[in-house]
Every structure is written in C-alpha cells, then in structure tokens.
Design a protein. Sequence first.
Length: 158
Amino acid sequence: MKRALVVFAFLFLAYGSFALEFRKTSWLMTREEVIASEAGRVVSDLSLPGLQQIVFQTMVNGFPATITYLLENDKLLSASYTFKRDPDRKAFDFMKLDLTSRNGKPAFEKENLVGWRLERTEIALAHLPDGSSYAAYWEKAYFARINNLAGTGRTANE
C-alpha cells in the first residue's frame, strides 16, 4: 500500500511537471483528456480517419469565443480561439496583452498579425478583414511538418 502511494505521488508530480500549452491542455493529450479539461459541453466533435476536431463555445475574458482542438491519431497538436465579432479589436488587443504578459515580446509583429516562437509552441494572433480575431497554437514539430520546415534547417520567420 505504501509503495502504491509513493508511485501515485511520483506519477502525479511527473504529470504536474508538464507545462500547459493551451488552456488546461498540453500537447499530445488524448481526445478524452482534452474533453475533460474543458468545463463546457462539446458543440461539435468530428472524427475522420486519423484526425479529430473538437469544438467548444465559451467566454474568454468576457468575449464570446469558439475553441477548436485538433488531434491527429488521438494526440493534441493544435488549438485555437476564434472571436467572430471583433471589429473594434478589443478581443485581439486583450489576447495580445495576455500572450505578451505570459510569453514575452513577440517574435514578429505586424498591424494585424503577431507571433510567438516558444520552446514547444508556435502561436499566431491575427485580426482578419471580416472583423474577427483568431489565435492559433501549434505543437512545434507539427507546425514544422505542416509548413514543410522539417529537416530544412529553416524557421517559420525565414
């Protein structure tokens, strides 16, 4: 019994040492772990061979938002916030301030596009022509793969 408690304590500490990458999730979590991490109900759950998309509706600092999780082979690799009606850029400005306070100065910044290159995560925040704002988070190796950067020695900024 004592040994089981020690093993459980070790596993709990090991799990707690993984950084959260998006909300209450970390990269490579399973579908069930992602769903358990959100308080709200799933509004869309699409499964195709090797690909799963889970969508939630919620409020983020008072702004209505759609949260989308993308998993490949039951491993979380990407997540995003979409703020559909943000013509005055309030959600965009809030997200930029929040991301900067959490992650430091952006790696690049333009009027309607800001990006961070972190150890395990790539983040892009955009204000789109339709008046919406979008914040996308990608697991670093997945980002490199979908942008054909793997093995090239190039970075996304080049």
